[in-house]
Design a protein around this ligand. Sequence first.
Ligand code: BG6
Length: 515
Amino acid sequence: MSSTTADHSKAQPAPPGVMVIFGAGGDLARRKLFPALYHLMTDGLLAENFRIIVVDRRDRDAEAYRAYIDEKARPHVSKAITDDLWQELLQRIHYLNGDFQQADTYTRMSTLLDEIDRDHHTGGNCLYYLATPPDFFGDIATRLHAAGLSAEGPDQWRHLVVERPFGRDLESARALNRTLQAAFKEDQIFRIDHYLGKETVQNILMYRFANSTVEPIWNHRYIDHMQITVAESIGVGTRGAYYETAGAMRDMVPNHLLALLSTVTMEPANSLDGNAVRDEQAKILRAIQPILPEQVLTDVVRGQYAEGIDSKGEHVPGYRSEARVASDSATETFVAMKVLIDSWRWAGVPFYLRTGKRLPGRFTEIVVQFKQAPNMMFRDSLVRREQVPPNTLVLRIQPNEGIGLSFNAKVPSTVPQLSPVEMDFSYSDYFGDGPTTGYETLLYECMNGDPTLFKRADVIESGWELVEPILDVWQALPPRDFPNYAAGSWGPKEAEALMSRDGRGWRPCKACSID
Ligand code: BG6
């Protein structure tokens, strides 16, 4: 993370350049990319001579595309829109009508880039953003290379941004990495995991390493276990076709959940330099104990939602009745698992991860549960050991972003009595401003060539190494009990058992409809 990440109000505008968006007619461009560009512009972080080329197969022109973005992206802009500024952003759009599987598109792109560079002094810098289905990633990178568009001249950068999924297993991830690296150098490739763009995720490192009270107790001596939950109340929606090929494990675990796990467990890096931080993340991921086939049955739980009542009290269909989902689908929409990390710091500390769709609320949080106080000096009092719950620290990633600490305090009374109480830090109280898309920081860092928040090839591959044996066992043993949880519930009962077997329990969600 560059020092600029920490305080955007003091940051300089990104260098000039052209952002080329492939798949500009899709969801990502209108929901995330254009709102993020606008937010950067309002913060003065976009260069005056920054331009955008949208590549789209549809036969329309720049004016038609601007009207489309005006209508479709506006609702996703969270900051107040100033008409002049919004129009200025739209006027920076150039339209390239073409099929990104045709060589001719790249020839015309090269000519257009030269023209833009001449007219707008973009320094020959380019950010190629692949907002396309993943099947096209390798091909587009290869074609950019073949057209001479990946080569960087002196004092010039050409960066390739790839959105996940990065492959669907270890082999395909490796193959994709090889193809991308044949076309671009590793330091030109920026693999996005949008969880790393979230302010609250970036704050975990700041919180851990900028506070002297935290790090001394951040280890197996004081921490009993951690829980990482990424719960979603929505179902699979219109993404049934994709989800059938992915499932909750591929969709969330090797990327988002492991990004959270590595951030909360990594060793301090020597500096905030991109590779120093990523080296530590890679090291901790490599230290996760491999899950053996026989452990899959005990330490990993899968689930699929049946119909039920969602968090708004509405009746919703089961996964198998969603559009473009097989009526006998074996795809999991819920995963819970326990992992251990073989390191000095984390020896014996279990990490429980869970994620799922159609749960009782949308929230992402990391619960750090500390060990109980070693000695109860209240032995002869009314306070019994089980009435002294262990301290917990909750890092709330979303919503209601913040950090809460619960500890025990004496209830005012003549007899000694304890009660758990909470201290709470909320982002909005301190810093105002609602959450942005998360893409602002990622785009800005990519233009500045800072790779810290992006995934390196080895990090991606470590993620797949962990989950692949699980996927293999699941494929060999199709689920017999699907669907096994009602929409609006906390997932299959085995997820509770995963914790209760160890004498622990998931922390109830205060903001959700049911616990
Ligand atoms: C995406 C997954 O990467 O992350 C989706 O493909 C999921 O299935 C989404 O809904 C969750 O992201 P967020 O930021 O809403 O927590």
